[in-house]
Design a protein around this ligand. Structure first.
Ligand code: ADP
Ligand code: MG
Length: 393
């Protein structure tokens, strides 16, 4: 494997002292995530099943009472960004700083008294790899401010704040999965999340005890097509639900899919809408299948369900790309139990379920195939189901 799972990076408390003087009141961490199964389901009120990565955003933070918000990331050029909390307004730019600033804005919009802060951030979550570096940044900021201003918000409530920041302040139309995963995942578990009411269950997912490894293959590409395609898929799903006369695709029972597809065809739905409905209903069902297998201790049997999920993302939803398809195909040929693209697609990452003893050989095969196809070398590491957001000191 080309990367180690544990990456520590610079010490945010030391950066804080250098930049702002004095010691931070505390240091918090929030992870990135990979989604095991359930893709493009979260904006359809459906099911998802993410797990937290060992990779985290960390923040050293002190509160302020004078309305000033100072933000710094050790991972991007440009120094401290200084803002006034009363002047925070949606879609007002600020680059990367819009993610943590958006959290302050969303907390204040929700009526919480947040009067400023000094924040020094750093993250080991790869950015733009479909591993939710943005949600990690939002969640670590929300948790730190929750503690420092004694807001008493729960994990799901912090996730809602983070999502509001990303949707309404930054302007990215993401669902709730990423923030929920970062806020609520626990070590050794995958999170079964019902995105309709945010009920959740921690499903034991102890890969090591089963002799298994879940590889993440970061293709290191992000095709520009992605943003428009996401909005188009979302609109297509809403159109499907509208034509079926149901609030969301979640309301379609699995055994009603064939009848629903016939109804859509009769109603003159675009063929793309029919494919999107097929994917969303199928992936909701696949989440439930994987949960049943994990509960029964039969993790290996989840492999073919991951393969099926990939085929649906490739052929029905059409959000895969050459690099993701290659990673999945080569992993399968090299002996993986199952593999699929994860996240929004058009680049980003794939996951590969593999016998631990064969993980290195599968990783090598994928790396070799990427070189052979003229693609840049992928980043490959093991996804160890890790803890959600927490205070470190
Ligand atoms: P993903 O969440 O899949 O990694 P996004 O495009 O949603 O991809 O979010 C990536 C953006 O989040 C970056 O372009 C940057 O603005 C911000 N970001 C993530 N991590 C950091 C970091 N460590 N420092 C500064 N900005 C970051
Ligand atoms: Mg993101």
């Amino acid at each position: 494997m080309t990367e180690s799972a544990e990456q520590t990076g610079p010490d945010p408390a030391a950066t804080f002292t250098e930049l702002y003087g004095g010691e931070p009141h505390g240091v918090w961490a929030a992870p990135g995530r990979v989604n095991l199964i359930g893709e493009y389901t979260d904006f359809n009120d459906g099911f998802v099943m993410p797990l937290a990565l060992p990779h985290t955003a960390r923040a050293a933070v002190s509160p302020r009472t004078d309305g000033i918000l100072r933000l710094h990331s050790a991972d991007v050029p440009g120094g401290v960004v200084s803002l006034r909390v009363e002047e925070l307004a949606p879609h007002s730019g600020h680059g990367w700083a819009a993610y943590p600033a958006g959290v302050v804005w969303a907390l204040r919009e929700a009526g919480h008294r947040v009067t400023g802060a000094d924040i020094a951030l750093t993250s080991t979550v790869p950015t733009g790899a479909g591993l939710s570096s943005s949600a990690a940044l939002e969640t670590v900021t929300a948790l730190a401010l929750n503690d420092l201003f004694d807001l008493g918000l729960t994990g799901p409530e912090l996730a809602v704040i983070g999502r509001r920041a990303e949707n309404d302040f930054v302007g990215v139309p993401c669902g709730i999965m990423d923030q929920m995963a970062s806020a609520c995942c626990t070590e050794g578990h995958a999170l079964h999340l019902d995105t309709r009411d945010l009920t959740l269950r921690q499903v034991p997912f102890d890969l090591a005890a089963q002799g298994l490894t879940l590889l993440v293959v970061d293709t290191r590409v992000k095709h520009a097509l992605g943003d428009g395609a996401y909005a188009e898929r979302r609109a297509g799903c809403e159109e499907g639900a509208r034509l079926l006369g149901i609030p969301t695709l979640r309301d379609l029972p699995y055994d009603g899919l064939d009848a629903a597809l016939a109804t859509l065809a009769d109603a003159g739905a675009d063929e793309s809408v029919i494919r999107y409905v097929t994917h969303v209903v199928g992936d909701n069902r696949r989440v439930e299948q994987v949960i049943a297998l994990l509960d029964a201790g039969d993790v290996r049997a989840a492999g073919p369900v991951l393969d099926e999920g990939h085929r649906s993302l490739r052929d029905d939803l059409r959000v895969s790309c050459a690099e993701l398809d290659l990673a999945v195909a080569v992993a399968g040929e090299a002996g993986a139990l199952g593999a699929r693209m994860t996240g929004g697609g058009f680049g980003g990452s794939a996951i590969v379920l593999v016998e631990a003893a064969e993980a290195d050989a599968v990783a090598e095969a994928v790396t070799k195939a990427f070189a052979g196809a003229g693609h840049a070398a992928p980043g490959i590491f093991a996804a160890i189901p890790s803890a959600g957001a927490r205070r470190l000191s």
